[in-house]
Design a protein around this ligand. Structure first.
Ligand SMILES: NC(=O)c1ccc[n+]([C@@H]2O[C@H](COP(=O)([O-])OP(=O)(O)OC[C@H]3O[C@@H](n4cnc5c(N)ncnc54)[C@H](OP(=O)(O)O)[C@@H]3O)[C@@H](O)[C@H]2O)c1
Length: 339
């Protein structure tokens, strides 16, 4: 299949508060001829992730800002459809950071071949950065032990759903929070969580958590921030661990909400709270892939993706992260896998 042009998404404007469709623009550009040693990749799947909200602003952060008027970037899985490269042959499936576009030409730098016998979209979710993030944060900071109580916020999303299942594999009591009754039913009926709380309906979060955590909280895997952290801090056990993974409830607020108010509870309880950025730990990716890929292959782990079709709908998919439209990983399908 040959193509002469490719569409991509550019950042049209820096969002104020919650991003809106007008902050994105679809453009088209000719696909260049290949020079020796290059590949043309057609993206099959692309990821939309909460951290991209930070990259849309010009605040200093661990990841560089997107430039206004330039194509956005993010993780994608694509197939090499033309090649003059010595080792990346036509048909190879590769992971890249060149999402938000249909095709791209590359020298091969930054492209990583993936095993096509595993589901390709999973490389953006449970086998990709979100799964790796959950695995690292729970295993290395949460250090779960059988019988401990693990609370996971954003539990029905890409990262949270891996943490919930991993907590059960280890033998923890697992309590998840999510924004709809359907997501809560998914957590208890499909993923094996012991209890789930719809934080939008719960009212007093402390009173909702208390019966779900009768022996207190040993680990809180934090994905959302806001009032839930306050409630958790009032129920933590001595030597509890809090991997600070994300705070999506704050990403569109400038300034962020004040709080939390119960930090002093960490002192007497000797609680460890630790932020982390997964890209600092990429050396552990092969260990993660072996363990979690094994669970996936053996059926021990469930995966879920919410699929939005077409590059033109990628901004809508991204915006949906902030209104909870995804169960599991939000992914955009850009082309059939048979491409
Ligand atoms: N530290 C790192 O290196 C790293 C790496 C990857 C991701 N993260 C962080 O991990 C978290 C989860 O990321 P993900 O990719 O797995 O996304 P995700 O959980 O699949 O999707 C985001 C979810 O956040 C929930 N949400 C949105 N607005 C909310 C709010 N105001 N209050 C509470 N919940 C809200 C929504 O679910 P509900 O329906 O439940 O509201 C939504 O489905 C994010 O905070 C992200 O920034 C950190």
């Amino acid at each position: 299949m040959t193509t002469t042009s490719s569409r991509h998404v550019v950042l049209a404007a820096r969002p104020q508060g919650l991003p809106k469709p007008g902050d994105f623009r679809i453009e088209s550009a000719p696909v260049p001829e290949l020079s020796p040693g290059q590949v043309l990749v057609r993206n099959l799947w692309m990821s939309v992730d909460p951290y991209m909200r930070g990259r849309m602003s010009d605040r200093k952060s661990y990841a560089p800002s997107f430039e206004v008027g330039k194509p956005m970037e993010g993780r994608a899985i694509g197939r090499v459809v033309r090649s003059t490269h010595p080792s990346l042959k036509e048909g190879a499936v590769v992971s890249s950071m060149l999402g938000w576009r249909e095709y791209f030409v590359s020298s091969g730098e930054g492209l990583n071949p993936v095993d096509p016998s595993l589901p390709l979209a999973a490389y953006l979710g449970v086998l990709g950065i979100p799964g790796f993030t959950g695995w690292y944060g729970l295993k290395m900071i949460g250090k779960p032990k059988p019988g401990e109580t693990l609370v996971v916020s954003g539990a029905a999303g890409a990262t949270g759903s891996l943490v919930v299942q991993m907590g059960k594999i280890v033998g923890c009591r697992v309590v998840g929070t999510a924004g709809t009754d359907d997501k809560c039913a998914y957590l208890t009926k499909e993923l094996g969580a012991d209890a789930a709380i719809n934080y939008k309906k719960a009212g007093d979060l402390l009173e909702a958590l208390r019966p779900a955590c009768p022996t207190g909280i040993d680990i809180y895997f934090e994905n959302v921030g806001g009032p839930l952290l306050d409630a958790v801090l009032r129920l933590v056990n001595p030597h509890a661990r809090i991997p600070l993974c994300g705070m999506i409830s704050q990403y569109n607020l400038d300034p962020p909400d004040p709080g939390p108010r119960y930090l002093f509870s960490m002192i007497g309880n000797r609680v460890l709270m630790q932020g982390f950025i997964i890209s600092d730990h990429l050396n552990l990716y092969p260990e993660f892939l072996a363990e979690v890929g094994g669970w996936l292959k053996s059926g021990r782990l469930k995966r879920e993706e919410t699929v939005v079709e077409g590059l033109e709908n990628a901004p809508r998919a991204f915006l949906g992260l902030f209104s909870g439209e995804n169960l599991g990983k939000m992914v955009v399908k850009l082309a059939p896998e048979s491409t």
